[in-house]
Design a protein. Structure first.
Length: 266
C-alpha cells in the first residue's frame, strides 16, 4: 500500500513539527532522527521524517535507494512538487520519509532568488502535517537558508549534543539564530529538548559534559542519554534503525526510553 492509499479516511492528528538541529557535524543528529522515529513508530505514533540534509543520512538510514528516486525534497522546495508525491514508506511501520539526495546541496544558492524563500518548507509541510503525530526535520550542519527554512517550519527544536570536548561550541550561535527567527518569522518557536549523545560511562569527561549542559539548559535536557554503541554505528550500513537491527542493544534501549520521554512531553 502506498502513502496516498494509506492515508485515506484517517482522522486529523494533533501534530508536532520538530527540527533536529546542531550546526556541528557528527553529533548524532541523523542517528537520533532515524532511531527516535523508529521507536515512536513502534509505539503506534505516525511519524514523517523530512531529510533536509544534502548528505541524506536519514534517507540511507532507512535503506531508501537514492538512485531509484523519482523525486526528493529538492523537488518539493524548488520545483513545486507536492510533498505527498515524494513521501516514501520505510522498513518501520508507521514511519514515512521525504528523502534527500546530494542535489539538495545546490538549494542554498537557488533559494536566494526564490519568493518567500524562508517559508517554502513550512508551506509544503502545512499540506500534510495533520496526518502525522510527529514530523521530524533532519537539518543540515550549517546555519544557511535550509536551516532557516527548518526553523520557520518547526514548532520546536531537539538539539543533540555530544558528550565530548567543546560540546557547547557553536550552540550560542544556534540559539542566536533561533531567537532571530522567533522575533521575525516564528514567534512560537521553542526548544523541545536537548539530548546528550555518545555518552561513555567509563569517562569522567562524559559526566562533566552532561553536568555542564544541564547547567546551561536546565530541564530542557532529556533524562535519557544515548551511549556510544557499536550497534548504533553499524545499523545505518544495513539500512535499518537500531531497533530492527539489534533490538536488545544499549543503543536501541536508550532510544526506546527517549521516545517515551518525547511522548510524555506532549
Amino acid at each position: 500500500m502506498n502513502y496516498k492509499d494509506a492515508k485515506r479516511g484517517l482522522p486529523q492528528r494533533d501534530s508536532k513539527v520538530l527540527a533536529v538541529i546542531n550546526q556541528k557535524g557528527g553529533v548524532g543528529k541523523s542517528t537520533t532522527v532515524v532511531n527516535l522515529s523508529a521507536c515512536l513508530g513502534e509505539g503506534k505514533k505516525k511519524v514523517l521524517i523530512i531529510d533536509f540534509d544534502p548528505q541524506g543520512n536519514s534517507t540511507s538510514g532507512f535503506g531508501v535507494e537514492k538512485d531509484e528516486l523519482e523525486h526528493d525534497i529538492y523537488d518539493v522546495i524548488l520545483h513545486d512538487e507536492p510533498i505527498e508525491n515524494v513521501i516514501q514508506e520505510t522498513c518501520q511501520s508507521n514511519v514515512f520519509i521525504v528523502p534527500a539526495t546530494i542535489q539538495l546541496a545546490t538549494a542554498e544558492i537557488e533559494l536566494v532568488s526564490a519568493m518567500a524563500r524562508e517559508s517554502i518548507l513550512k508551506d509544503a509541510i502545512s499540506a500534510i502535517r495533520d496526518e502525522f503525530d510527529y514530523v521530524f526535520i533532519d537539518c543540515p550542519p550549517s546555519l544557511g537558508l535550509l536551516t532557516i527554512n527548518a526553523l520557520v517550519a518547526a514548532d520546536a527544536l531537539i538539539i543533540p549534543i555530544q558528550c565530548e570536548y567543546y560540546a557547547l561550541e557553536g550552540v550560542a550561535k544556534l540559539l542566536e539564530s533561533m531567537q532571530m527567527v522567533k522575533r521575525r518569522m516564528n514567534p512560537n518557536l521553542e526548544i523541545f529538548g536537548v539530548v546528550m549523545t555518545m555518552f561513555d560511562s567509563r569517562t569522567t569527561l562524559s559526566k562533566q559534559v552532561v553536568d555542564e549542559v544541564q547547567a546551561y539548559f536546565g530541564k530542557k535536557v532529556f533524562k535519557t542519554v544515548i551511549p556510544r554503541n557499536v550497534k548504533l554505528s553499524e545499523a545505518p550500513s544495513h539500512g535499518l534503525p537500531v531497533s530492527l537491527y539489534a533490538r536488545v542493544s544499549k543503543g536501541a534501549l536508550a532510544y526506546s526510553k527517549l521516545a517515551r520521554e518525547v511522548v510524555a512531553r506532549g
